[in-house]
Design a protein around this ligand. Structure first.
Ligand code: ADP
Length: 422
């Protein structure tokens, strides 16, 4: 096993796994830290749900994942977080990075959430989402981790006692040797974590070459695209063209959406405009204790067999704010997650075998409720979102799951995903 990845949410885990698979690395994603030994693979991604839990819990779970990956013989460790650096001043990117650095006995690492293919670029330490600064993008309204500052050096410095510095674009443009020289200089200046600029995949390849000997990398999924080539050059990896093939499934299809991102709002709207079957989840009804999940499952069963249904809690910013101020953001989020997870279980119990889930936290809750412990990573639907295969679930039958990070995918993503072959 070459690369051990600790991902702070489930959609992020499939995202980074798909980067490796498309470069021929046999990659398995495990849900939580398994009790048993590691499966046979070139890379293993441990999917945690630690993005918004208290920092102390995120640290404890990440360290447990690290120990399990170390026991599996990992050569390099990668802490994967969101390409929009989703976090709060309390963490959890800083505290988890600190704990992993301490445990690995390493004094230096980089932090690079860039994912240019999805419009996330970093310039002079500032994160852009498309043409907007992070703090001007839809992320400022995120239900759990609103991002109000695009200066990643400042954002990360608020989360760690270690010194945070910057690896600037003009150094990266000079190639891997220049980056290594600069990293040595930064270490002399007592910088322990460097935010790395990257606006193109070539920048990410330069960074992965320059950082090949670092015991720990911290990044979004983008940095992973350069790693398989480095491992192949070192003779550690023989790329496998069949790394992304899945087995077929037979059964119904459904979409569950718990993301309130701009992209997902557009996807829900497009589905409804196409007059496809859709039902909304009302958080206020959940708070009143009404049997919302049972109602949605019964509704789904009453639809035309063979036609995919959408169950969504997705709401636009204004409606979301109104609900959150009534119920509290965390409480509303937890109610909606638990409801969608129960619906996921109900749909699979009644024959759904292909399930597309929109939202990182939502995916985490649903996958846990389905009793899925391991995912094989298949072909990409769009950058960052592959179909995956779960061989073990509570239903005892193979499932195909697509776990979509809220902001990913174009307006027709739901429809495209269901048409994509798996
Ligand atoms: P993303 O990938 O866009 O960040 P997540 O699923 O991670 O999406 O987070 C969205 C959060 O918002 C979840 O906790 C979800 O339960 C919550 N949520 C979704 N819809 C609503 C709603 N209508 N009102 C309140 N909270 C909601």
């Amino acid at each position: 096993m070459i690369l051990g990845i600790i991902a702070d949410d489930f959609t992020g885990a499939t995202d980074v796994a798909s980067m490796l698979v498309r470069a021929g690395m046999r990659t398995v994603q495990v849900i939580g830290v398994p009790a048993g030994p590691a499966p046979d693979a070139d890379a293993i991604v441990v999917a945690l749900k630690t993005r918004t839990v208290p920092a102390v819990d995120a640290v404890a779970e990440s360290l447990a994942a690290l120990r399990w990956l170390q026991a599996a013989g990992m050569r390099q460790c990668y802490f994967k977080y969101c390409s929009t650096f989703d976090s709060t001043p309390a963490g959890n990117i800083g505290p988890v990075t600190d704990a992993l650095m301490d445990a690995l006995g390493t004094e230096f690492t980089i932090a690079c959430p860039a994912f240019p293919e999805n419009g996330r670029t970093i310039f002079r330490g500032h994160l852009f989402v498309g043409d907007e600064l992070l703090s001007d993008s839809g992320m400022r309204h995120h239900p759990l981790t609103p991002m109000l500052d695009a200066d990643l050096v400042r954002v990360l410095q608020a989360q760690t006692a270690r010194r945070v510095g910057l690896l600037r674009f003009d150094t990266i443009a000079q190639g891997a040797d220049a980056v290594r020289t600069r990293m040595t200089a930064l270490r002399r200046e007592s910088v322990a974590i460097a935010i790395a600029d990257a606006t193109t995949n070539d920048d990410l390849r330069t960074l992965s070459a320059a950082c090949a000997d670092l015991p720990l990398l911290t990044a979004g999924s983008g940095l992973a695209l350069g790693l398989p080539a480095i491992y192949a050059e070192r003779g550690w990896l023989t790329p496998n063209v069949h790394a992304g093939e899945l087995d077929p499934v037979r059964g119904g299809s459904a979409v569950l959406s718990g993301s309130c991102s701009l992209a997902t709002n557009a996807q829900v709207q497009r589905w409804r405009e196409a007059c496809r079957p859709a039902i909304a989840i009302d958080p206020r009804a959940l708070a009143r204790g009404e049997p919302v999940a049972e109602g949605a499952i019964a509704w789904a069963r009453s639809q035309t067999p063979g036609e995919a249904v959408l169950v969504y809690a997705t709401a636009a910013a204004q409606e979301l704010q109104a609900v959150q101020s009534e119920l509290g953001a965390m409480h509303a989020g937890a109610l909606v997650e638990a409801c969608l997870a129960q619906i996921a279980r109900g749909l699979v119990a009644h024959g759904v075998r292909r399930l597309l889930i929109a939202g990182g936290e939502t995916s985490g809750a649903a996958v846990q409720a389905l009793g899925v412990t391991q995912l094989r990573i298949g072909a990409l639907i769009c950058p960052g979102v592959p179909w995956t295969q779960a061989d073990n679930s509570f239903a005892g039958e193979r499932l195909h799951l697509a776990l979509k990070s809220g902001n990913f995918g174009g307006p027709d993503f739901f429809i495209e995903a269901l048409h994509a072959s798996t």
